[in-house]
Design a protein around this ligand. Structure first.
Ligand SMILES: *Cc1c(COP(=O)(O)O)cnc(C)c1O
Length: 392
């Protein structure tokens, strides 16, 4: 790899974005074009298990792969896991099961995927946006505590829960946030859609809060086509989640009775078959992604104004999407443009949720850190297989 800016002199004007795109074009020169942000990777038993579903006819709502996937996932995460049809449904169930009802407010980071806030709306509740910290891009516990302390008792009384998103795979400050939740009597739900395989102080994310939601969408670290899971440490809660995903039908063999308003949220067997195969490979994916992250970190070490986001202290990130922070939104856009010409897809972070039409009127705290960082964040191509074809 050529050494970039060996003297480490600050860039000026368009020189820095140019250096970033040159570095990435060179870094990814051995890859098949276009280079996407995150592609699925099937090298294990995927075909075999999916073919088995088709041959036996067990493609839909019941079958051995769903049970097997739930069990394997539970072993992997270290808590009960109930497979569902997508991550958004998993979030919706978590909120429902934690008692979130119309009129309640739920604290949601301003920087997260829109599904996090949508799930709150599905419950008839209101998202209340909170700020993030620069290290993890997750919710900032100190700032949140100060904010909650400053609210009137009445305003505080409406707030029932906090959703913590582990952005791009980097675990948020779970200990700090747990303490704030305990202090203010809030339920803590972890949105671990992007963070399968990430740990905080040695324990898998999703086991530090009250409940958690996983996603296996096609762009996540592993996929079931579409899918998700509800994670809980409580066996009764897991059984109830499963009941809710299967339209709350009672098990009686002679009658068709549903004992509450349930959902058709279960994961089809054919998707679970894909999941069983992907899960077998997950540790290998994590090792490759860690190696890719190391290579990116080295690549950007010499470029002033483009900072690679390392995993926070006391955590292990799955490095789902490698991320750099640029010095300005203009630089970021210039890099995106430069790379598009080279068939390399990168992207900025989501628009802050408090800017979206349907969430503009929601309550929020000062969001200055999110407002500053979000427009400067850029995700890099992070598919598991990229590391195999890196130029030496
Ligand atoms: C992907 C994602 C979701 C939603 O998962 P789906 O399976 O696409 O419904 C929720 N939250 C975050 C942070 C995500 O990245």
């Amino acid at each position: 790899m050529p050494s970039i800016n060996p003297t480490n002199t600050p860039y000026s004007g368009a020189a820095m974005p140019q250096a970033v795109s040159d570095a990435l074009v060179d870094f990814l020169s051995g890859q098949k074009k276009p280079v996407h942000l995150h592609e699925p990777y099937f090298t294990g038993n995927e075909k075999k298990y999916v073919a088995d579903c088709i041959e036996t006819g067990w493609v839909s709502s019941v079958g051995s792969y769903v049970d097997c996937f739930g069990k394997d996932l539970s072993d992997y995460v270290g808590a009960h896991a109930v497979p569902v049809m997508n991550g958004t449904a998993a979030l919706h169930l978590c909120l429902k099961m934690c008692g979130i009802k119309p009129g309640d407010e739920v604290l949601v980071p301003a920087l997260t995927f829109v599904a996090t806030a949508n799930a709150v709306s599905y419950c008839g509740a209101v998202s209340h946006f909170v700020d993030i910290e620069p290290g993890s891009l997750g919710v900032c516990p100190e700032k949140l505590r100060g904010y909650l302390e400053g609210l009137s008792e009445e305003a505080r009384g409406k707030i029932k829960a906090l959703i913590v998103t582990h952005i791009f795979g980097h675990p948020a400050d779970l200990e700090g946030l747990r303490a704030v939740c305990d202090e203010f009597d809030l339920v803590m739900i972890e949105d671990i859609a992007e963070a399968l395989g990430s740990t905080y102080k040695g324990r898998h994310v999703g086991t530090h809060g009250d409940m958690a939601a996983l996603s296996f969408n096609g762009n996540k670290i592993m996929t079931t086509g579409g899918g998700g899971a509800v994670i809980t440490k409580d066996a009764d809660q897991a059984a109830h989640a499963k009941h809710l995903t299967t339209v709350a039908k009672t098990p009686d063999p002679y009658t068709y009775i549903h004992d509450e308003v349930g959902y058709n949220y279960r994961m089809p067997n054919i998707n679970a078959a894909l999941g069983c195969a992907q899960l077998e490979s997950l540790d290998g994916y994590l090792a490759k992604k860690r190696k890719l992250a190391g290579a990116y970190e080295a690549l950007f070490a010499g470029i002033d104004g483009a900072e690679f986001m390392r995993e926070p202290e006391n955590t292990k990130s799955n490095y789902w999407l490698n991320t750099i922070l640029l010095d300005s939104v203009e630089s970021r856009n210039a890099v995106i443009d430069g790379l598009r010409e080279n068939d390399i897809h990168v992207r900025g972070a989501w628009e802050l949720l408090n800017h979206l039409d349907m969430y503009k009127a929601c309550p929020k705290m000062d969001l200055s850190v999110a407002e500053d960082l979000a427009p400067r964040v850029m995700n890099l191509p992070s598919s598991v297989f990229l590391v195999d074809d890196l130029q030496a």
